[in-house]
Write a protein that binds this ligand. Structure first.
Ligand code: ATP
Ligand code: MG
Length: 424
């Protein structure tokens, strides 16, 4: 026997129950996004590599070591998207959607990052990305957070997540802060963990959200980002907080939140849960007012977030998902009955819209009824010799009473509607 081929490391298979869970979350998100007037768009999974090199900033973890890049047959360097915002900005520029207009857009699909796989961290994972183009905020920033809060309520997890927000100011304030931070830490670099020492050269602000206790201790005496944030950004942030207060959205101002991607400015936020261990951020985002211009468009204020579906789905792992089994299981004995049952089932799908699973292959009636029972269906339709001879179909209720009647095929839709309480 040849060896069984396995999935690539870090790439997840979604078994039916898990896929159903993803689908349910996505359905809720789609509904909530619709309530706020957001439109779904479709973006390619592959982009030119230079898009990410230019937009994400070449010193972030993603670009430094997480991208899946390859040369195609034409020797062009392409990349499986590690995140969606860069592609979305490319998209709005390419279709002229950014200039002098506003957009509320969202997309969903797989992202790819070469990371060390662990619970809540995979090499292919799904995000829902939501992006607002052409609005300065802070009202639109608040809208995005209200939308998230509504989604958590719809999913019943509002008590398990908390909102952490921060303002990182404009580009100049970030640069001034970065410089001050580097100066402070340079003198103490032998006390830093290895990752942070590397970041000192490449992306110093990321050191702030280091998980290493000694590094965190060192930071307690470091310059504070808050003191570098420009007055306009500070006002923007206060206005945002005022809207959140008025709308009764709870939040914590967390000065350590800076986000992993270079392109953020002003508002940054994360929705965090304690129920997933180290991978506790289920959703993150912020403002990226410079990005559209960076990709050749006119200066355009933007704000958005990305929600990690895989992590969100993990929060529901202990709850059974309603499996997509049949409502009706159709069994038959003999070739003629089998043919007729196929036709009857088609007629019923057409007339009632119910989920019908037809038993395939042959088999004794008893064995087939066992399958019907195991399928979770509420009703079995039976067509064996007796029924065939009498020109009827037997209808047995599988849960509770085990009540059985016989019905001519033409009356089945009505009988089933009654059982499944469908209005005409
Ligand atoms: P982390 O700090 O956990 O690595 P991040 O800052 O890299 O997250 P973002 O780029 O902001 O994450 O992506 C938004 C969301 O996408 C995250 O909050 C998380 O829920 C999800 N996500 C990011 N990377 C992964 C991954 N490798 N596997 C599963 N989900 C992920
Ligand atoms: Mg990451």
């Amino acid at each position: 026997m040849s060896q069984v081929i396995k999935a690539v490391r870090g790439m997840q298979d979604l078994l039916p129950e898990k896929k159903a869970r993803f689908r349910r979350i996505e359905d809720q998100a789609r509904r909530v996004l619709g309530q706020y007037g957001y439109q779904e768009v479709g973006l390619p999974v592959i982009e030119n590599t230079h898009l990410f090199n230019r937009l994400v900033g070449s010193t972030t973890d993603i670009v430094e070591k997480e991208m899946y890049s390859f040369n195609d047959r034409n020797d062009e360097s392409l990349t499986l998207r590690p995140e969606g915002t860069a592609g979305l900005v490319r998209f709005v520029n390419e279709h002229g959607l950014a200039f002098n207009q506003t957009q509320r857009l969202w997309y969903t699909g797989p992202m790819f990052r070469y990371e060390r796989p662990q619970k809540g961290r995979y090499r292919q994972f799904d995000q829902i990305g939501v992006e607002c183009i052409g609005m300065q905020g802070p009202d639109i920033d608040a809208e995005l957070l209200l939308l998230c809060a509504r989604l958590w309520r719809a999913l019943g997890i509002e008590d398990q997540v908390r909102l952490e927000i921060n303002s990182i100011g404009d580009t100049a304030s970030r640069q001034a802060f970065s410089a001050a931070l580097v100066e402070f830490l340079n003198d103490r670099s032998d006390e830093l963990d290895e990752d942070s020492r590397r970041r000192l050269e490449t992306n110093p602000m990321r050191i702030l959200d280091s998980k290493v206790p000694t590094t965190q201790a060192l930071l307690s005496g470091a310059p504070r980002l808050k003191d570098f944030v420009d007055a306009q950004s500070q006002q923007h942030f206060e206005d945002l907080c005022a809207i959140l207060d008025a709308a009764k959205v709870e939040y914590h101002v967390n000065p350590k939140i800076v986000r992993g991607l270079d392109y953020y400015n002003r508002t940054v936020f994360e929705w965090v849960t304690d129920s997933l261990g180290a991978q506790g951020t289920i959703c993150g985002g912020g403002r990226y007012d410079g990005l559209v211009e960076q990709l050749g468009g006119k200066p355009t204020p933007c704000v958005g977030f990305a929600l990690g579906l895989d992590r969100l789905a993990l929060m529901f792992e202990d709850r059974p998902e309603e499996a997509a089994t049949a409502q009706i299981y159709a069994v038959s004995v003999g070739d003629q009955a089998r043919r007729e049952m196929m036709v009857v089932a088609e007629m019923l799908r057409e007339e009632t819209g119910l989920k019908i699973q037809v038993h395939t292959g042959s088999g004794k009636l008893k064995a087939q009824m066992k399958k019907a029972d195991a399928s979770g269906a509420e009703v079995a339709l039976i067509l064996a010799e007796d029924e065939l001879a009498a020109g009827v179909v037997a209808l047995r209720e599988l849960r509770g009473t085990a009540h059985q009647t016989t019905v001519v095929a033409g009356d089945l839709p009505e009988a089933l509607r009654k059982i499944f309480k469908q209005d005409r």
